[in-house]
Design a protein around this ligand. Sequence first.
Ligand SMILES: Cc1c2[nH]c(c1CCC(=O)O)Cc1[nH]c(c(CCC(=O)O)c1C)Cc1[nH]c(c(CCC(=O)O)c1C)Cc1[nH]c(c(C)c1CCC(=O)O)C2
Length: 347
Amino acid sequence: MAEQKKIMRALAGETLDTPPIWMMRQAGRYLPEYKATRAQAGDFLSLCYNPELATEVTLQPLRRFDFDAAILFADILLLPQALGADLWFVTGEGPRLSTVTSAADFAKLKGPSDVHEHLSPIYQTVRNLAGELPKQTTLIGFAGAPWTVATYMIAGQGTPDQAPAHKLRVEQPDVFDALIDLLTDATIEYLSAQIDAGAEVVKLFDSWAGSLSGDAFKKYALAPTAKIITALKARHPDTPIIAFPREAGDNYIGFAKATGADCVALDNSVSADWAAAKVQVDGCVQGNLASRHMVTGGKDLVDETRAIVKAFSKGPHIFNLGHGITPDANPDNVQLMIDTVRETTTG
Ligand SMILES: Cc1c2[nH]c(c1CCC(=O)O)Cc1[nH]c(c(CCC(=O)O)c1C)Cc1[nH]c(c(CCC(=O)O)c1C)Cc1[nH]c(c(C)c1CCC(=O)O)C2
């Protein structure tokens, strides 16, 4: 058997001497070459839907840095667009969507298996990448988790507290539940097609999971994730799945077991020592260096990177940031992080 890629070994539960590394938003505005390709595409969405240029920006960080994975260049909001929502990005502000706040709005959306034609350029990008990536590099596909995607569809934009989504959840539970169910089924379709196109791992981003608690967390973060993972495992039993219930806090405990995820990605609000004891006991974890170190660098970056590698050294671990790298980051700090991880022996 050919030697397995490091990420696949960690996801299978192996403890490695040095953890594999990749970085959320590794293709992005901190790289001048990304900005140049985005300008060539015209705007962010045109870049996402252009397989040739989306392939190019996915590969750009790998030319600079020896990462163990590439993540498909796309966005979690392409799925709502495929379901019929209007989507546009306001420069300097972020995404805007047509809103879903009533049964009538919901009725206008398409069905789960109607998404493929709209998303076919994304599948083409995955096919391109599967053919072009170096053989030691793992290709990660992704989607937003239903709750997080719903927060954008309901509010029509990002919100600090997800209040419009909570309001719909409480005041019109039938509409809210129908939207979560539709997103759950459409996400199964979308990720399954990414796997068919060549994604070796898929990741579910639940960026706003931390605003759910108690039964609401179980019903809208945990249960949809479990349903998606169960359906994907039935169709693609050998494809590992990473779940990222960001800022879940104590709800990280038991999340992998309850959902069937092969790996739980950790934000940087939890300490690595706590997560090693409470979360890594169930399997692979990913994370959890604060993104600000990619801006500030120096001794602080080195110390914190070493501490994270050490804390997770007794079990399977994929080194990553706790959230995406920001546009003001310095690429030299990314190299310093990689060098530090690989110089820190975990034995
Ligand atoms: C919530 C969310 C979105 N998108 C995503 C999430 C979940 C992860 C998270 O919490 O960050 C996920 C995402 N977005 C993007 C990727 C590509 C893969 C990667 O490099 O990680 C991934 C995995 C590209 C992107 N998605 C976006 C950019 C910046 C767009 C640009 O070039 O102007 C990139 C590279 C835009 C985007 N897309 C979204 C927002 C809120 C914004 C605006 C904020 C910002 O500008 O950073 C929605």
